[in-house]
Ligand binder design. Structure first.
Ligand SMILES: Nc1ncnc2c1ncn2[C@@H]1O[C@H](COP(=O)(O)OP(=O)(O)OP(=O)(O)O)[C@@H](O)[C@H]1O
Length: 289
């Protein structure tokens, strides 16, 4: 299966959220990474057919999705950033309701829901009202509803936002189990949440794709540019003013600092291997200052 995003532009009244965005996706997990306002949600909402692009088209195996939108919708699962939960519904009632909306065969939906409850460790909550559950559990219910129709394309908008560290790990394990025959697109501004999962990472900035590559290849632009040193408090401010600092660790006596620079910043610095957090700062750091 191939999903092709061809020259998608989305104009709002006063700004362009997406600008001629191109991208090609096959089975596997893709991390869509960018800072707030980069256009991630807009792109995912267009892919989920919630909103229409101003220009451009989306093709599934070569066919424009607008030619048969019903068929396309039947193969996608979408977890929005905020899911409008029916607070007084129990978990089972909510999932049955969504299952009916998605047109899942009624004879199959009870088994399907029970399987998903088991898969997501939600069985013990099935008769609980949604309003009594934690954000992490609600997020898992959101994932369950996205999976109800056995989607071949899964679209997750900031799925780890409200999850504690243990739930983040559970989420990652679940997603990697699902990914063999699906296209999974996960948006996030926390690159470490998807670095071990992703087949490819797509960086998006101001509505444009800046780079798409594997987690290893994508680091090429900053090879031989990441420096580390142990410094004292006095030098810290000066280095912060003059360089792009990607990490600071203060252990009480020493400060370890990471810097991106084309040339060696100072005698004490040595080259080190780049990681994805360095890459994020390289492309987005200055704008986040
Ligand atoms: N309905 C709308 N009307 C006008 N502008 C909008 C609308 N939705 C989004 N935007 C603008 O489009 C741009 C992209 O927003 P979008 O929500 O897609 O970014 P994002 O990368 O998902 O950000 P975040 O990480 O904060 O969710 C932003 O400048 C935003 O203000």
């Amino acid at each position: 299966m191939e999903l092709k995003i061809e020259g998608i532009t989305k104009d709002y009244k006063n700004n362009t959220a997406l600008d001629n965005f191109h991208c090609q996706l096959r089975s596997g997990i893709y991390g869509l990474v960018g800072p707030n306002g980069a256009g991630k949600t807009t792109l995912l909402r267009i892919l989920a057919t919630i909103i229409k692009p101003t220009k451009g088209r989306i093709l599934i195996d070569g066919q424009d999705i607008t030619l048969n939108e019903e068929d396309y919708r039947s193969i996608i699962g979408y977890l929005p950033q905020k899911l409008g939960f029916y607070r007084d519904y129990t978990v089972t009632r909510f999932l049955t309701y969504i299952s009916n909306l998605k047109g899942v065969d009624k004879n199959l939906s009870r088994d399907k829901i029970n399987n998903l409850l088991r898969l997501l460790n939600l069985s013990e909550y099935k008769d609980k009202k949604i309003k009594t559950l934690s954000e992490g559990i609600k997020q898992r219910i959101g994932i369950a509803q996205a999976l109800l129709n056995n989607p071949r394309i899964l679209i997750f908008d900031e799925p780890t936002l409200n999850l504690d560290p243990k739930e983040r790990i559970n989420f990652k394990n679940l997603i990697s189990r699902l990914s063999s025959d699906k296209i999974i697109i996960i948006s996030t501004h926390i690159i470490s949440d998807i670095e071990c999962l992703s087949k490819e990472i797509i960086l998006i900035k101001k509505g444009e794709k800046i780079i798409q590559d594997t987690p290893i290849e994508i680091l090429k632009p900053i090879e031989n540019k990441v420096w580390e040193a142990t410094i004292d408090e006095k030098s810290l401010l000066e280095l912060q003013n003059n360089y792009l600092v990607t990490d600071i660790k203060n252990n009480g006596t020493d400060i370890r600092i990471r810097i991106i620079s084309d040339t060696k910043p100072d005698v004490d610095f040595y080259l080190t291997n780049p990681v994805l957090d360095d890459l994020y700062m390289y492309y987005f750091g200055k704008e986040n200052d």
